[in-house]
Design a binder for this molecule. Structure first.
Ligand code: ADP
Ligand code: MG
Length: 679
């Protein structure tokens, strides 16, 4: 691997220091720290240096790069070249660096922007570095409407960072002697994905159109197949991973591809954590790079949450921590955690936030694809609970109960804890959707294909709100001693009220579902149901209070989520019918013709075809009548009426798939994909 090329395609801090006049570099740093706007001179000077750098590296174009509400990334390419008095001229000004004006009308806005005022503006987010890919200089930007309402996922994220930074700093400064100016959420995103052979990929319409299989059953020896498969990494995958790592390193992303041992053909890549804003950008880049490089190896990278039924799906573990401007991680478990009130109070704030706003954690992690994964007994359940590790949970619960024997107990536990598993919680409970892992909170529900901005926006906001409420309670206590006592009392009250969200047991078990019901924890069935919680009073209130979303932005976002849900569900449903008519039925009919009457399969396939046609006809009828402008109504109809039929059709085919002869299989089977990488 070529470490010397690390970061050569990123206009990062080091590059800026090298290429900018010193006063300009200092100005840029100050701008970031104070979160000011860049002045014209500084912007021009940075634009100039950036352009020189990009052109030296062979770039011809630049592009404002942004993350619209559809969760993808968008780019509008402009040439550096302009024409002045009939002569070509290379130009790129500070104005062009800072502000762009893409035609916004083709991006979803949830009604925020009428088509007649289709203009939207992109503004450079100068805290995220510009980078070069494919001879284009990419400038990370936010995307706003003419009226300054946000039309993207990054703007609210940046606002939520400001909110949590403000609240965490205030509470920290209230409690600690040391004074700080900033607390920044840091995030490390582990990205799971599948690789399939491209020729095989093209043979299935469901994969091509929806990114996951809508039909197909497991091969009879799935388990053995897995262990067999993991004997060695196919050469193709090996060279794919090397190229991915190298490309990402050039972009200044510290990532490491790894073989993942969960499902056949499934892998994982994780970069080193950094501030949440950059982490989200990097994750978008990683997903793009995975997909592009895969094609070069005649592979396709599937980012869908559930490419194969009954096989482990893909997620994006969101590791989250709070780090002060002095470099202290507020979630680092202190050795003497019982005496460290700051640690305990921040942890209590997070527990409170997660319990009070579990619906937002559910919603922020959800999309149509993740509905196949969450709660599927192989991924985090859809009930939000939190795993702390036994010693910590015991300590907090003892704190609440005030148990007289507790001192003794805790000492013992602490001893065990320090000797047996020192500060490493990582692998102790994989069934928990939220886990404290020693120095960070690992949120495990997020879907693999999702843009991580929204999830982190929610987390930052709910924790900011929780910290604020805690500070309000503690602010009246002026002297150290009474403040200390009040803090401990408040922590007790919080844990007592919210201990119902703590759970150390097996999150996959059916007992837990019963237990969670008793504890009155929400068990939201699917993405569609979760969407309504976005504008629930208690959630709306904190988004507005923390200045993350305006009321109008929130309802626009809800509309976009509903539309997105319905569109994707309908694509799945229509694809099921397409596969059925074009692939499955013709092949099954041929199979019936070729099978002699005495073979029991003859009648069986006839029966299957009959039932498939009945279900398809019902589905067609319902589809015809589902032209509703009311997205809520349409969504209801999809969930209640259409989806069960779609699943029935799948089940009918899956049940007979392994009895179809090779000649008449409508498309490649799961087995082909799990083995397909070896060739
Ligand atoms: P796992 O056991 O789940 O593989 P790792 O310790 O390897 O966990 O870390 C997974 C991810 O968490 C990596 O992206 C890593 O950079 C990130 N990470 C580590 N420390 C922190 C932290 N303090 N804050 C946020 N993310 C972190
Ligand atoms: Mg993990």
């Amino acid at each position: 691997m070529r470490f010397e090329t690390f970061g050569i395609n990123s206009f990062n801090e080091e590059m800026m220091q090298k290429r900018l006049p010193h006063p300009i570099y200092v100005k840029w740093q100050e701008t970031i720290r104070k979160k000011d706007a860049l002045d014209q001179n500084t912007a021009d000077a940075i634009a100039h240096a950036m352009k020189e750098w990009a052109i030296e590296k062979g770039c011809t174009h630049y592009s404002h790069w942004f993350q619209p509400l559809n969760g993808l990334t968008a780019e509008k390419h402009e040439a550096f070249i302009d024409c002045k008095e009939g002569k070509p001229l290379i130009c790129f000004s500070g104005k062009e660096l800072i502000k762009g004006e893409p035609d916004a009308s083709s991006f979803p806005s949830g009604g925020l922007r009428a088509t007649f005022e289709a203009r939207g503006y992109t503004y450079w987010d100068c805290s995220s570095y510009a980078f070069i890919r494919d001879k284009t200089l990419f400038i990370p930007t936010i995307f706003l409407s003419f009226n300054g309402e946000s039309l993207d996922l990054k703007t609210p994220l940046l606002r939520s960072v400001a909110a949590i930074s403000k609240e965490a700093t205030a509470l920290y400064n209230l409690l600690c002697e040391e004074k700080i100016e900033e607390v920044i959420p840091h995030v490390g995103l582990e990205q799971e994905y599948f690789l399939v052979d491209r020729d095989l990929f093209l043979k299935r319409r469901d994969l091509v159109l929806t990114g996951h299989t809508l039909f197909g059953s497991l091969p009879p020896k799935a388990q053995e197949l897995e262990s067999h498969y993991f004997g060695s990494i196919p050469q193709r995958v090996q060279s794919f991973m090397e190229e991915v790592d190298e490309e990402l390193w050039k972009l200044g992303i510290y990532a490491k591809s790894e073989h993942n041992e969960v499902a056949p053909a499934q892998f994982e890549i994780a970069p080193i954590f950094c501030n949440v804003n950059v982490a989200v950008d990097q994750n978008q880049i990683i997903m793009e790079v995975l997909q592009k490089i895969a094609l070069k190896h005649n592979l396709v990278c599937l980012l869908h949450e559930k490419p194969f039924k009954n096989i482990n799906g893909s997620g994006k573990h969101n590791n989250w921590s709070l780090i002060t401007d002095r470099g202290k991680n507020l979630l680092e478990l202190p050795e003497n955690f019982k005496e460290d009130q700051t640690f305990i109070v921040f942890l209590a704030a997070i527990i409170k936030a997660i319990d009070e706003h579990a619906e937002l954690i559910r919603l922020g992690s959800s999309n149509v694809g993740n509905d196949y994964r969450l709660g599927g007994s192989e991924a985090p359940p859809s009930i939000v609970s939190m795993f702390l590790g036994k010693p910590l949970e015991d300590y907090l619960l003892d704190l609440v109960s005030g148990n007289k024997t507790k001192d003794h107990q805790i000492d013992k536990i602490k001893l065990d804890f320090l000797t047996e598993v020192p500060f490493d919680f990582a692998d102790r409970n994989r069934t928990s959707p939220v886990a404290f892992t020693g120095n960070k909170i690992e949120f495990r529900m997020l879907g693999s294909s999702m843009n991580a901005a929204t999830f982190n926006t929610y987390i930052n906001t709910i924790v900011a709100h929780s910290l604020k409420e805690i500070r309000n309670e503690l602010a009246p206590f002026k002297d150290r001693v009474s403040l200390k006592n009040a803090t401990l009392d408040l922590c007790k009250t919080i844990i007592k009220k919210h201990q119902k969200v703590l759970f150390n047991g097996d999150g996959y078990s059916s007992k837990w579902i019963e237990e969670a019901k008793k504890r009155k924890l929400p068990n939201i069935k699917n993405f569609f149901e979760a969407i309504n919680y976005l504008t629930l009073d208690k959630n709306e209130k904190i988004f507005i209070e923390q200045k993350v979303f305006s009321k109008a932005e929130l309802s626009a976002r809800k509309e976009v989520l509903l539309e997105n849900h319905n569109k994707l569900q309908l694509i799945d449903i229509k694809t099921v019918l397409l596969c059925l008519y074009r692939d499955i039925l013709p092949k099954l009919n041929r199979e019936i013709k070729e099978i002699p009457d005495y073979d029991f399969r003859h009648e069986m396939f006839q029966e299957t075809v009959k039932q498939l046609l009945e279900k398809a006809q019902q589905l067609e009828k319902l589809l015809e009548n589902s032209d509703s402008d009311n997205q809520q109504e349409l969504g209801n109809k999809i969930i209640i009426e259409l989806l069960p039929l779609k699943e029935d059709i799948r089940k009918l085919y899956d049940k007979v798939e392994d009895k179809i002869s090779d000649e008449n299989l409508p498309f490649p089977t799961y087995m082909d994909y799990f083995f397909g990488l070896d060739s």
